[in-house]
Design a protein around this ligand. Structure first.
Ligand SMILES: NC(=O)c1ccc[n+]([C@@H]2O[C@H](COP(=O)([O-])OP(=O)(O)OC[C@H]3O[C@@H](n4cnc5c(N)ncnc54)[C@H](O)[C@@H]3O)[C@@H](O)[C@H]2O)c1
Length: 442
């Protein structure tokens, strides 16, 4: 009897409450057990997961492009193949899913999987709208004693993320006053691609569209290299959130990891003129976060596509830091990229004497391999660094930036209820409509 079956039959006998806890203990005793995993989206980003997945049991492969199966089956012989993930996740005996599909199906596949008590690794961004991300986070929080989740922001495992966090939290730049993140990727497009040809019989375009409204087929959406094809579709409103959900999910993570924030109370954004088809290339969004136990209120800002914060010094060109973060403190400014960091004192009289750098034994231990952290969590303590609570709050903040951009005004936000309080009409921008057959909560 496998673990999942064991829990199910035990709950049926009325011992559910007791067994929810013991299921975790059960896991703790079996770190060497292999997970039965479904890989959804087997090419592109999916390929980056093969090495780790080969150490587990990949029992199901799902892709809308049947031509991707032969190669995947060489790596995972014996796995059942599917073109519709809604059927795939109902395969008996699954423990977990890895979701590497296009962004507009992430929240759906992740929700359906969590509803079946499956562990979830979902590529970033885990959802496109505020409503999607809030639903994912709430569902995860209600099941955190049963399932492990990880958002695919693997750069989080770079040691610099924790070095930056330690500097901010240990007071190296004094009291934190503000934080900034930016990215320089620019992928302008005029609008959705026009109809061109027919999808090949082996490509299930309607399943690719999934919950999103219909747009004519064009092979241009699928013309990119492995792992970079997302740059052919993620700028369109119905398929992605542009750089907000792309590099923004990695780069804001460098800041988010350090600032211990929850929901913003107010959001303002501006960018180029609104295009109903395409997300903005150039955008800046500002989020007011209330004080917490160790810092005062701060404003967090995101810039993309050529927009940048003001450089702390005339001789520092922030453009040279393609994807970067900056923290302003009462004593200094911390500039960071994914791999390195530096501190600039705010003026010559600053005294850093009160700050004690950490020693080798007091630094945060390395996270190790990001994907393996999730495998281990599924089998043992369910603890991951980028679960849907941590990443969900960050992704909600970023999605709110696009809501404020579309609303064209400063928005006040109640994080408890997930409602905009000063502009009721803007609440309509918190979600999106789905085609029949594709409910978020399936
Ligand atoms: N973490 C990272 O550093 C990183 C890097 C690249 C991409 N990504 C993310 O990975 C995801 C995929 O990006 P990509 O460039 O590989 O895209 P892609 O268009 O190449 O899609 C990847 C695979 O998923 C399949 N697929 C798409 N929709 C599907 C569906 N509904 N059901 C089943 N299969 C489906 C495609 O046919 C393809 O084989 C994106 O969300 C992107 O943001 C993350």
């Amino acid at each position: 009897m496998n673990r999942r079956h064991f829990i199910k039959s035990a709950s049926a006998t009325g011992a559910g409450l007791l067994l929810l806890k013991s299921s975790t203990l059960f896991g703790q005793n079996t770190p060497s057990k292999k997970l039965n995993i479904a890989l959804i989206g087997v090419w592109g980003r999916g390929l980056a997961h093969y090495e780790g997945l080969k150490k587990e049991n990949v029992v199901a492969l799902c892709d809308v492009n049947e031509l991707r199966f032969p190669n995947a089956l060489k790596e995972f012989p014996g796995a059942k193949t599917y073109t519709d993930w809604r059927k795939c996740i109902d395969q008996k005996g699954l423990d977990a899913v890895v979701i590497c599909t296009a962004d507009h199906t992430h929240a759906h596949a992740a929700m359906w999987a969590m509803n079946r008590d499956l562990h979830v690794y979902c590529e970033k961004p885990i959802g496109m709208t505020v409503e999607e991300v809030r639903t994912l986070r709430a569902t995860y929080l209600s099941k955190r004693n049963k399932i492990a989740t990880q958002a695919g922001t693997q750069r989080h495992a770079m040691p610099n993320f924790d070095r930056v966090k330690e500097l901010v939290r240990d007071g190296a730049i004094g009291d934190l006053r503000g934080a900034f993140a930016w990215g320089n990727r620019e992928l302008p497009r005029p609008g959705y691609l026009p109809l061109e040809g027919e999808p090949p019989a082996t490509f299930h375009y309607d399943l690719w569209l999934g919950p999103s409204p219909h747009h004519p087929y064009n092979p241009g959406y699928f013309s990119g290299n492995a792992g970079a094809n997302c740059l052919q579709w993620n700028m369109y409103w119905d398929f992605g959130t542009g750089q907000v959900g792309d590099m923004g999910n990695h780069t804001m993570d460098l800041v988010w990891n350090a600032i211990d924030a929850t929901h913003p109370t107010a959001i303002e954004a501006k960018g180029e003129a609104l295009n109903p088809d395409v997300t903005p290339v150039k955008l800046e969004a500002h989020f007011d976060h209330p004080a917490n136990s160790w810092r005062g209120p701060i404003r967090v800002s995101w810039y993309q596509g050529g927009a940048l914060p003001t450089s702390p010094k005339r001789w520092i060109d922030l453009k040279t830091l393609g994807h970067g973060g900056m923290f302003k403190g009462s004593k200094g400014i911390l500039l960071a990229e994914f791999n390195s960091r530096m501190i600039i004192p705010t003026d010559d009289k600053i005294d850093f004497a009160g700050y004690k750098p950490r020693t080798e034994d007091t630094v945060t231990p390395p996270l190790g391999n990001f994907q393996e952290q999730w495998f281990r969590a599924c089998k043992t303590d369910l603890k991951t660094s980028c679960n849907f609570d941590y990443n969900g709050l960050m992704t909600e903040q970023m999605a709110l930036g696009l809501v404020a951009y579309r609303a064209g005004k400063r928005l006040e936000y109640d994080g408890k209820t997930g409602r905009i309080t000063n502009a009721p009409e803007a609440n309509a921008l918190l979600g999106r409509k789905y085609r029949d057959g594709w409910p978020l909560n399936g």
